[in-house]
Design a protein around this ligand. Structure first.
Ligand code: NI
Length: 456
């Protein structure tokens, strides 16, 4: 049945052809499943659909921050809008969920660009399968021929008087209306909705079979069946704020203000010799601190699990050993985030210690590290093992430079360093040192955003 609301007077009056002039055969069955209603999105609440927002003088942007595939597709569209609206224009982007059924989540992004007194509004509808990460736009879900079919429906509705119009749109005029409205079309439990904003109405094709591609059909079926949405995962807890004290349970048992403590740290692994190093540390009953490379963690998760199981502390040393002050904010964050994700995937606890490659810091890098919830751990003894690659020299350098409260930098990716470890441990113990992890050295707690080189 067709439902026409009053108040649509003369909305197609710009189009010259009077509807009476047209004669038509009986409409095909598709025309039966049409409803005309006010253009109004049903309110939909999707739990954990968090927002990414950006605001500066010219723009206020909000788009879905997750799931990842939807966030990326949204961001790409937003960037296109920003590229168009330049030179004194202001832009506002908002979004609203429009569909959540089965694994499918749909959102409508709306960009409003204002320049002087001109206002331009653009809509974009995106869908994602939250299980597979596939994303679609309307043109992926709705067949290319749909505007022509929808234009026929509009003309038919006008002709039969279902739409209250004084004049009948031409084929071209009706298609133009539909094409400009297609970006806002969306799939709901009642069918395919085509909003016609300038007319304050929307046409719903309640029996839209034949208008969809295969992907569109699957999505429309889930919507029509009102399938329960599979839901979004709960977002990870936000990282501890700068200035927060992080405590390491059990790491406060040694009093390094009284004892002659020293922390051995191993960077850039896990590598092929790391398991051998773990064997040595186990026989010597020494716990160390490892600053690992995310890419290596992904290759050797079992070595990381062993580090954790044997009481060592694992810190983040970026994904690809990037020199962070030379990188963009986005890259800095992804270098750190990806590594933590890899550690979590390997079964390690979320690291709270970070060591920048080359010890390279800048004001911005420090700010990002703090914002992501890490304390920075540098060192006060560089054994230069990476440079000498010589077991004897590494042993000599370590024993000569060790001071109480110190942090020693070594690299477990070098076999010569691993070869040197037993002699280093024996030598340091002989000098009365207690070998501890970095959290133990620092009294069992660190402050987010701080930079530590030693205990002095
Ligand atoms: Ni390094």
């Amino acid at each position: 049945m067709l439902t026409v609301l009053a108040g649509t007077a003369s909305w197609l009056s710009a189009y010259p052809l009077p509807w009476k002039a047209l004669t038509r055969a009986a409409p095909p069955s598709l025309y039966e499943g049409v409803a005309i209603d006010e253009d109004r999105d049903q309110e939909l609440e999707v739990k954990y659909l968090t927002v990414a927002d950006i605001a500066d003088e010219e723009s206020t942007i909000a788009y879905p921050a997750r799931p990842e595939a939807l966030a990326q597709a949204s961001k790409a569209w937003v960037e296109d809008q920003l590229a168009v609206g330049h030179g004194g224009a202001t832009i506002e982007v908002t979004f609203a969920p429009i569909l959540a059924a089965g694994p499918y989540l749909g959102v409508r992004l709306t960009a409003t660009t204002t320049f002087d007194t001109q206002v331009r509004e653009q809509s974009h509808v995106l869908y994602t399968d939250v299980d597979s990460g596939a994303t679609w736009t309307n043109s992926d879900l709705i067949i290319a021929d749909a505007p022509r079919i929808l234009a026929r429906i509009i003309r038919n509705a006008a002709k039969t008087g279902e739409l209250d119009v004084t004049e009948h749109p031409s084929v071209q005029a009706a298609e133009k209306i539909v094409r400009s409205a297609m970006a806002g079309a969306h799939i709901t439990s009642t069918g395919l909705v085509l909003p016609l904003p300038e007319l304050q109405h929307a046409i719903t094709i309640t029996e839209p079979a034949g208008l969809f591609t295969d992907a569109g059909e699957a999505l429309a079926q889930a919507a029509a069946a009102d399938e329960e949405f599979v839901g979004l995962p709960k977002p990870p807890a936000s990282p501890p704020a700068p200035g927060t004290t992080i405590t390491f349970p059990g790491a406060g048992d040694v009093d390094c203000r009284k004892e002659k403590c020293l922390a051995l740290t191993f960077d850039d692994g896990p590598g092929p010799d790391t398991a051998r190093l773990l064997d040595i540390l186990a026989t010597e009953d020494v716990r160390a601190t490892f600053f690992v490379i995310g890419g290596q963690v992904a290759d050797r998760p079992e070595t990381v699990r062993r580090m954790v199981a044997e009481g060592h502390v694992v810190g983040n040393h970026t994904w690809g050993h990037a020199e962070l002050p030379r990188k963009s904010r986005t890259r800095i964050r992804s270098e750190i985030d990806r590594t933590t994700q890899a550690l979590l995937a390997a079964g390690a606890p979320s690291p709270r210690l970070f060591r920048p490659p080359y010890g390279a810091l800048s004001k911005q890098v420090r700010a990002e590290i703090a914002d992501l919830g890490y304390a920075t751990i540098l060192w006060d003894v560089d054994t230069l093992d990476w440079h000498t690659r010589n077991t004897k020299k590494t042993v000599a350098a370590t024993l000569a430079d060790a001071r109480p409260g110190g942090i020693i930098l070594m690299h477990d990716i070098h076999a010569q360093t691993v070869d040197a470890t037993r002699e280093i441990i024996t030598g340091l113990k002989g000098k009365g040192f207690t070998l501890v992890t970095v959290p133990e050295l620092l009294g069992g707690e660190v402050t987010v955003g701080e930079v530590y080189r030693n205990l002095r």
